[in-house]
Write a protein that binds this ligand. Sequence first.
Ligand SMILES: Nc1nc2c(ncn2[C@@H]2O[C@H](COP(=O)(O)OP(=O)(O)OP(=O)(O)O)[C@@H](O)[C@H]2O)c(=O)[nH]1
Length: 308
Amino acid sequence: MVAQRPEGEKEVDWVVVELTGVADPAEIAKSFWTNEEMGGMLRLDGVVCVVDSKNIIQQLEEDQKADSGNECARQIAASDVILLNKTDLVQDESMFQEIEQRIAEINPISLFRRTHRSAVDLSNIFGIGGYSANESSENGMTGKAHIPASIRAIIEQHSREGQSSATADHAHDHQEGDPSKKHLNGIGSYVFDLPVLSKAQLDSVETFLQAMHWENRIEGIQPDQSDDEKVDEGSSLVVLRSKGLFVDTEGDVHVLQGVRDIYELNKLEVRADDLEEEHPGSKLVVIGRNLGSRDVWLEGLRKTCSLD
Ligand SMILES: Nc1nc2c(ncn2[C@@H]2O[C@H](COP(=O)(O)OP(=O)(O)OP(=O)(O)O)[C@@H](O)[C@H]2O)c(=O)[nH]1
């Protein structure tokens, strides 16, 4: 459609693709992201998921059943923005908080908007930069340091969730309260706070990312070690989505966007000093199926990236 528009006709600003209720957005996003034929004409901006707030908790519970296709959790896992729709059918604020918490267990870096009949300011769903480091339009950017809202969400994640650090000192801080423990057998997520990285450590992070995206394994961990942590025999790790932000000792900021077996690590135009963070550091967010124990990930990260 974009390629075949008649000569002289108005440019296409945005193409919105509505998927069926059972589609897996990660697969579709991947094909848009990697499609070389369309690559010059279209840039994937992000995935928006409309949630029926009244029924979402029940739907997620259905997803936990053994024979479920996990559609609901997979769609949430792949989303950059989540519209909590049908607000009129949820009167109770505590219900919204429960919904937001359950969704954040699956996808801790999605941006929430509460909507009635899906009415939303378009700046919340266009120009979100869910798959890019720099090239966002004015829409969706926050005032701070002009970076896309979805990347800002990565930076601010720690203040929302208070996750533990991957460095030795704080490795066990939040094990008990770690919400992702509930999802050992299903779709869940982990957020790892990492320090400012040397160039050599950044290279090691890349090795770690390649192992997790290309081979669905945790670098630095023997397969039998991670298998011990699996509740369900034969279930294996699948990385659905990753995001990250890595600050190096020279003040450069590198943004990770990954889906299934592809990822990109790009240098942000903004430098660490411009992020206006009190304690600038790095962060890795992994969303996947059968992630296993957080301890195993921490050990893999520490070993591979020499974090101790
Ligand atoms: N109460 C209430 N009803 C809503 C709201 N938004 C949509 N609906 C109703 O929910 C029903 C489903 O809406 P759709 O937009 O067709 O939902 P959908 O899941 O995309 O449906 P399909 O495209 O057919 O799969 C319709 O009857 C809408 O009128 C809302 O905010 N509140």
